[in-house]
Design a protein around this ligand. Structure first.
Ligand SMILES: [Zn+2]
Length: 339
């Protein structure tokens, strides 16, 4: 089947109470890992690329790798999503490249500072109007996350991020003002590996905020960013084989599952894949220093990322749903948005 719009997938997830992992990619092995996991678990998938990934792949490699995934896995619904478009132009060029969903992150200005509400509405609305006219789904963001990744983010510390959490009333207004399909909210998570200095409690990871926002916006698909779990065993593998990852804590799986019970439909996971890949490669380098065929270390790296994907797809409940989604195309969504 062709790439599907994100709205279609998240509507199905909402009707059936599950969440979908949105997994970042930069290269062939990462796309392969996701698709192997999706096939094994019969999962619909959201594959997302940041501006950094688009630059790294010159767009063209990414586009053709995605077409390869579509060709090889005709029964798996796949969404191709732009992660953190920083300006309307970034979203428009993604739509030209065939992305079926875009994120306009107007929560930050072009120089990565927390933006004003009016700025956010202005840029997001511009994208919603253009994207919906061609049936492409749109994710917006209200509130600002901590950390920085792929050059994106205000670099807020764990403490500073607490000052930019999503205001539920403002979230409700934002959806009314823009008409986004999905909304990323800031609840204390941050991008990258260093999210929390200790296992997070409700004090720093405000899942209660998700519940409040969901009550006000029962029909908007909520998105959790920075939601890698940063498993201890992945940190340990890297450090055992010569790496240097400072002790850190991510978002516990059970907290994500709590979010999924309260309207979270898209869960962004990138760091866990990166950790799995790096650990596997380090292990090969340490144990077989004579190896020099890239497949010798990229094959276990791909397998390690696949295992992370299988675990998340199972935990979030998307497993078993690939065949249940009635696929459609962006073209078919145009009339939906006219209503
Ligand atoms: Zn993000």
């Amino acid at each position: 089947m062709p790439l599907v719009p994100m709205r279609t997938m998240l509507d199905h997830a909402a009707e059936n109470d599950y969440g979908v992992a949105a997994l970042n990619v930069n290269n062939m092995e990462q796309i392969q890992a996701i698709m192997m996991a999706a096939e094994e678990t019969d999962s619909p998938v959201i594959i997302q690329a940041s501006s950094g990934a688009r630059k790294y792949t010159n767009d063209a490699y990414l586009r053709h790798l995605m077409l390869a995934a579509v060709e090889l896995y005709p029964k798996i619904p796949i969404v191709m999503h732009l992660d953190h478009g920083n300006a309307p132009e970034a979203c428009f060029s993604a739509i030209e490249q065939g992305f079926t969903s875009v994120m306009m992150d107007g929560s930050l200005t072009l120089d990565s500072k927390p933006s004003s509400y009016d700025y956010n509405v202005e840029v997001t609305l511009k994208v919603v109007e253009a994207a919906h006219a061609v049936g492409v789904s749109v994710e917006g963001e209200i509130g600002a996350l901590g950390g920085i990744e792929d050059g994106h983010g205000a670099g807020l510390s764990e403490e500073e991020a607490q000052e930019h959490l999503t205001d539920p009333a403002q979230a409700e207004q934002f959806v009314a003002d823009t008409g986004v399909d999905a909304l990323a909210v800031a609840i204390g998570t941050s991008h990258g590996a260093y999210k929390f200095k200790k296992k997070p409690t409700g004090e720093v990871l405000k899942m209660s905020l998700i519940e409040e926002i969901h009550k006000r916006l029962p029909n908007t698909h909520l998105v959790m960013h920075g939601s890698s779990s940063v498993p201890q065993e992945l940190q340990d593998i890297i450090n055992k084989y010569g790496g240097d990852i400072r002790q850190t804590y991510g978002v516990p799986i059970e907290e994500i599952q709590r979010g999924i019970k309260h309207g979270v439909r898209k869960v962004n996971v990138d760091t866990d894949s990166r950790l799995a890949i790096t650990g596997a490669i380090r292990k090969v380098f340490a144990e077989t220093p004579e190896a020099f065929d890239p497949r010798k270390y990229l094959t276990p790296a791909r397998e390690a990322m696949k295992q992370v994907c299988v675990a998340r797809m199972t935990a979030f409940g998307q497993a078993g749903n690939a065949g249940k989604i009635k696929p459609n195309t962006c073209k078919e969504m145009v009339d939906f948005y006219k209503k």
